[in-house]
Design a protein around this ligand. Structure first.
Ligand SMILES: Cc1cc2nc3c(=O)[nH]c(=O)nc-3n(C[C@H](O)[C@H](O)[C@H](O)COP(=O)(O)O)c2cc1C
Length: 236
């Protein structure tokens, strides 16, 4: 039983990496973890040369990575949330899986799970990845999201910047309550004089949020790992 984990987070030892790895470990299978930012997988160029061969003609690391995907009984994909979307690393990887779809739907029935980490819009990312993999014929057996460390916690001027991620996703600006204040209440106090995109005013109570300190989040990842194992075993 082989399970492949693919992370689209470029951050070293990121929360995305931690959750993908926790899922892999809980499968109890032979696993491999690939960080897309450490290899070269560019975007699809829509040349359509893969239509009859199901092989992408671009010469980069997708060549060997796609073989690993095809050989795996299951794949676990994880991405941070960038601009309400998957990271460009993950987007490129999923675009390139397009080569496996044409005519034969080569990934039909492959088991998959998705992980998205973000501050406000991670559910959109998990949903997008799930839909994209499903379009490739895969069966999504588990999907989870988790709150991560906003870059504004670690960038330097985050307490006074007008354009922080919580200001970008504020109700004042978007008309939608993404629940950032509630989700980060132990980490972040947005001060009364804060005005999104006009005057940034916040106090950091803790400067790093790690899923490793959140047992229920890790437990959810482990549950998905076990579900993957059971699903692979039931299909044999
Ligand atoms: C370029 C960029 C854009 C981002 N855009 C969003 C966003 O639209 N929504 C959001 O919730 N978080 C956004 N973030 C914050 C990341 O999702 C957040 O830092 C996440 O915890 C990163 O996960 P990782 O540490 O596992 O890579 C953005 C971060 C970067 C670097």
């Amino acid at each position: 039983m082989r399970v492949l984990g693919v992370s689209g987070s470029p951050t070293k030892d990121s929360n995305t990496d931690a959750l993908v790895k926790a899922i892999l470990e809980a499968t109890g299978a032979e696993t491999e973890f690939i960080k897309l930012s450490e290899i070269k997988v560019g975007p699809c160029i829509a040349c359509m040369k893969c239509v009859y061969t199901n092989e992408c003609v671009l010469k980069d690391d997708f060549k060997w990575l796609s073989k690993k995907v095809m050989e795996a009984d299951a794949i676990v994909v994880g991405s941070p949330t960038y601009y309400g979307s998957a990271s460009a690393f993950m987007k490129a990887f999923i675009e390139r899986l397009y080569s496996k779809r044409h005519i034969k739907l080569l990934m039909r029935g492959k088991i998959a799970a998705t992980v998205a980490v973000g501050v406000a819009a991670e559910k959109m990312v998990a949903e997008w990845m799930g839909n994209a993999l499903r379009a490739g014929g895969m069966e999504i057996v588990g999907s989870m999201t988790a709150k991560g460390t906003p870059c504004c916690f670690v960038c330097g001027p985050g307490e006074t910047c007008d354009y922080t991620v919580w200001n970008a996703y504020s109700k004042e600006l978007t008309g939608i309550d993404f629940g950032v204040g509630e989700a980060y209440k132990e980490y972040l106090e947005v001060l009364p004089d804060n005005v999104p995109y006009a005057r940034g005013s916040a106090k950091f109570l803790k400067s790093y949020r790690s899923v490793k300190d959140e047992p229920p989040v890790i437990a959810e990842a482990e549950k998905i790992g076990k579900m993957i194992r059971e699903r692979i075993e039931s299909g044999r």
